[in-house]
Design a protein around this ligand. Structure first.
Ligand code: DGY
Length: 317
């Protein structure tokens, strides 16, 4: 019988779909080391992984029976896709399940940074609220401002439709522009990356992390931003050069940032933590009950399909 190994327990809705297989894994609230993954999954045909697990060539080549790696995430930059391809191992992900959750969190960060929600909360808790004052924690309104969306896939589009409802004017940059009908429906305009960076009041990133998007926002590109610009990142940390971002924030070259992701998670540089003009979250983009449940169901279906010799519903490769 095919064996399944999970590096971290996923919601029951997904596990239930796999109840007819021999399934084992880590039931503790901690990440497994590489050695533990290799040991636990040695005889497994399917590996259920988190984006926090590095499934590199060493792990993949140590698992001779592996047929599928089902990542409990839409992103799969934690997996050595080339190595999996070479070994004819399928890799699956969970597209769509977390689109709304991530778009909602992006809006939350847009509001939290512009309206200084975290600073306000801190001020009240520190008993520093002295009464209503005309200038207390003022920030820019979203209505009428330009939002630049980099990456117009599922999540980028979901952010655009929310931002439209807030009265924002939306520019976007994507490798491939949308159809005119889609642009009209979302009220978005395709521009070059340079124009987007120069014109936007808010910039939100929605690209996957890969070779061509690594440090997409580097020092040179960050220098194009307006001093009042606020950057929101709910995609992957390494899409922005974190050191260059810290410098731009420290030097007042940009106004602020709302970050859900970091270059070397879970490490968050102290310099970032010390900055007053940033809102920092611990990678919560997909953290709704609904999204996490749906992601688990997708993982269950993907694993079951491959083990039954069928095409998985969400193949990466
Ligand atoms: C993903 O799925 O890639 C998100 O970053 C976390 O759910």
């Amino acid at each position: 019988m095919d064996k399944i190994f999970y590096t971290y327990r996923i919601p029951d809705e997904g596990m239930l779909l796999l109840k007819n297989y021999e399934i084992s894994g880590n039931n503790e609230d901690r990440f497994l080391s590489k050695e533990e993954i290799i040991k636990g999954a040695r005889d497994a045909s399917a590996l259920i992984s988190l984006l926090s697990d590095r499934i590199d060539s060493e792990v993949i080549s140590s698992l001779p029976k592996l047929k599928v790696i089902a990542n409990y995430a839409v992103g799969y930059n934690n997996i050595d896709i080339e190595e999996a391809k070479r070994r004819k191992i399928r890799v699956t992900n969970t597209p769509g399940a977390l689109t709304d959750a991530t778009a909602d969190l992006t809006m939350a960060l847009l509001l939290a940074t512009s309206r200084k929600i975290v600073e306000g909360d801190r001020l009240v808790r520190e008993h520093k609220f002295e009464g209503w004052k005309p200038g207390l924690l003022k920030g820019p309104a979203l209505k009428g401002k330009i939002l630049g969306i980099i990456g117009m896939g599922r999540i980028g589009k979901a952010v655009a439709s929310r931002a439209k409802a807030f009265g924002m004017n939306i520019l976007y940059h994507n490798r491939k522009p949308l159809l005119q009908s889609e642009e009209e429906e979302l009220c978005v305009k395709h521009v070059s990356l340079e124009e987007l960076l120069k014109s936007s009041d808010f910039i939100s990133l929605h690209v996957p992390l890969m070779g061509e998007t690594y440090h997409l926002l580097n020092e040179k590109r960050l220098s194009l931003l307006k001093p009042e610009a606020i950057i929101i990142n709910t995609s992957r940390g390494a899409v922005i050069d974190e050191k260059a971002l810290i410098k731009a924030l420290k030097d007042g070259k940009i106004a602020g940032a709302g970050l859900d992701v970091y270059e070397e998670e879970p490490f968050v540089p102290q310099e970032l933590i010390d900055l007053p003009n940033v809102v920092l979250l611990p990678h919560l983009g997909s953290a709704t009950n609904e999204a996490r449940r749906e992601m688990a169901i997708m993982v269950g279906r993907n694993v079951a399909a491959v083990l039954e010799g069928k095409e998985p519903p969400n193949p990466v490769i």
